[in-house]
Design a protein around this ligand. Structure first.
Ligand SMILES: [Cu+2]
Length: 122
């Protein structure tokens, strides 16, 4: 009885190992670079922020939120996705530190998120 229940589990163990191994091979969508560049300082407020990822994105489940120097929302609405690139327009929010928070679903069905800052000022 004990022996047969163990052998009946083997197909599931094989499936589990296969899914773990394929998960390791999966790249996810990580931030490759951004404009304005991560941690960088730009002279004037940019009209938009663009992020490039290591994989193509699913537009319906990918978003960016940008907050300006005084903590106010600085993005002007919905992010635009094209392939592995996502952009969002900015409102005029003055000089100081901007926080960019992103959340994406890549075409491999995995979600990733992260944040970075850039500075606006002389
Ligand atoms: Cu993935």
């Amino acid at each position: 009885m004990r022996r047969s229940s163990l052998s009946s589990m083997i197909p599931f163990m094989v499936l589990f190992l296969a899914s773990v191994m394929s998960g390791e091979a999966c790249a996810h969508a990580f931030l490759d670079h951004a404009e304005p560049r991560v941690g960088n300082k730009v002279a004037g407020p940019p009209r938009e922020v663009t992020l490039w990822f290591t994989q193509k994105l699913e537009a319906a489940f990918s978003s960016i939120a940008v907050t300006g120097p005084s903590g106010q929302r600085a993005d002007a609405g919905k992010a635009r996705v094209s392939g592995n690139q996502m952009s969002i327009s900015l409102k005029q929010a003055g000089v100081g530190t901007y926080h960019v928070n992103w959340h994406v679903l890549s075409v491999d069905t995995h979600t990733t998120d992260g944040s970075f800052t850039f500075q606006v000022g002389p």
